[in-house]
Design a protein around this ligand. Structure first.
Ligand code: GUN
Ligand code: FE
Length: 458
């Protein structure tokens, strides 16, 4: 077997591996041997392997002995899949935490548009996007679906940064040509569509196989887009059946009311977006709070995915809870989103915790009809569920053999000089250690982050 061409590959581990197989099936593999090949794919995953069997397993896989070291994970350490953030506004990275407590439309006008407008400057974009991507990788977010600003050049820069830093990403120029200040609005439908095509072309040029980055068609929401713009984006979506589509969907009462005033010919947002060819199995619909029964049936039938963003839904001017249990019951794809910066946190652990909190609120509101999310379900949404929503579950989301190695190496036990976050006691079982990490851990526990086998955490 040839020695590795890619630095750091192949990679081999021995120890505890934790991942989701199904919504309700968290698999914990002990004494697991995991091997990542030269291309960053998982070549072998086998539990209950004794240390003295490893060398013969490696040679059985066709590698010369001692070509690469095996990393032995200790007690309190484990591998899990990287997090998938299904909804993230890269140009809002620096405004997280600012302006909570106000309505969505006020927050856009008073806080957000001014921040995003700064990305007209490519120098500024390069600096802030570098901090953004580095910051999210630090949090173990190995895949993000990004809304960029409306600027084509800055959007290309975001894609370049993701590619260079090694983050798997969907990157979309935000389309918006009305209902924002004239200093932050696409100048025309034509220009908006033209820049979108240019961004698509650029991303497909830097990463023709979509190994890491892929364009995503990104109408901000219908309030921001005239009919002709939505129609033009529908045409692009049809021309590019390989590309995902993302938008904000039924996020707030005020937003839905205004949308239906703007489009009196439609009774629901589902009808509206569908009429422009923007709802299908590639659609990533952020929020989905107030869907009518007919809309739930329709998005299920159209196989749209839901990006659940529980922090941003509960820190504006209302406590808004998406009926996630109902979506899951119907087999609708669901993932989690930071919605950074409408959501203040860049941590998928915190998003999971808030998903648990709002699911308890929903359980109460439905008098137990919609049971709260379990730990395993929350973790599934943060990993494999998100990968499904982004159309990437054939590649990532768990450690099935043949998938690419997007992974976190978690150290729950004290790391010298970095403090004790998750004290592990002698009697703790692995499920308890895992639960402690999910509920109390933070990025200091994320010792390593891998995307396609490449180590990407600073
Ligand atoms: N709706 C339109 N734009 C936005 C945005 O930037 N964030 C959120 N959360 N909702 C939106
Ligand atoms: Fe958002």
């Amino acid at each position: 077997h040839n020695p590795s061409q890619v630095p750091g590959l192949p990679l081999a581990f021995h120890g505890t591996v934790i991942h989701s197989k199904e919504l309700n099936e968290l698999e914990i593999l002990e004494n697991c041997f995991l091997l990542v090949d030269n291309s960053g794919q998982i070549q072998s995953l086998q539990a209950n392997v004794a240390s003295d069997q490893i060398n013969s397993m490696i040679s059985a896989l066709g590698y010369a002995p001692d070509v690469f070291p095996v990393k032995y994970l200790q007690r309190g350490q484990f591998l899990c899949p990287g997090f998938v953030d299904t909804h993230n506004h890269a140009p809002q990275f620096a405004q997280r935490g600012v302006g909570r407590g106000i309505s969505l439309l006020d927050w856009l006008n008073e806080v957000t548009f001014a921040h995003e407008a700064k990305f007209a400057d490519p120098e500024y974009a390069k600096g802030m996007y570098t901090r953004c991507v580095t910051g999210f990788l630090q949090q173990g977010i190995t895949t993000a679906s990004y809304y960029a600003s409306l600027h084509g050049p800055a959007t290309k820069i975001l894609a370049d940064v993701c590619f260079d830093k090694g983050q798997r990403a969907l990157v979309g120029k935000c389309n918006m040509n009305r209902n924002s200040p004239d200093w932050y609005r696409d100048s025309s439908v034509q220009d908006s569509l033209h820049q979108t095509r240019e961004v698509i072309q650029h991303i497909q040029q830097i990463d023709p196989e979509s190994t890491l980055v892929k364009p995503v068609i990104t109408p901000r929401f219908a309030i921001s887009c005239e009919s002709e713009l939505l129609q033009g984006l529908g045409v692009i979506a049809k021309e590019h059946p390989e590309l995902p589509i993302q938008t904000h969907f039924n996020e707030a009462r005020q937003e839905i009311e205004f949308t239906l005033q703007l489009f009196p010919e439609h009774r629901t947002e589902t009808e509206l977006y569908k009429s422009f060819g923007l709802l299908n199995e590639r659609s990533i619909l952020a929020h989905c709070i107030y869907l009518k029964e007919e809309e739930i049936q329709e998005i299920k039938q159209l196989r749209c995915g839901v990006a659940h963003c529980p922090i941003s839904n509960t820190t504006m001017d209302a406590f808004m809870v998406a009926p996630i249990r109902e979506y899951l019951r119907r087999g609708i794809k669901v993932g989690l989103g930071t919605d950074s910066g409408g959501g203040h946190s860049a941590s998928m652990l915190e998003i999971m915790r808030q998903a648990f909190v709002v699911s308890i609120a929903q359980q109460e509101a439905t008098k137990g009809q919609d049971p709260a999310l379990s730990l395993a379900e929350g973790f599934y949404l943060a990993t494999l569920g998100g990968a499904q929503v982004c159309g990437l579950d054939a590649k990532v989301g768990n450690f099935a053999v043949g998938k690419e190695f997007d992974a976190l190496e978690i150290h729950t036990i004290e790391i010298e000089g970095r403090g004790v976050m998750t004290p592990v006691e002698e009697e703790d079982t692995i499920p308890v250690i895992f639960e402690k990490w999910v509920m109390t851990g933070d990025d200091r526990n994320i010792a390593k982050v891998y995307v396609r086998g490449r180590s990407v955490k600073a």
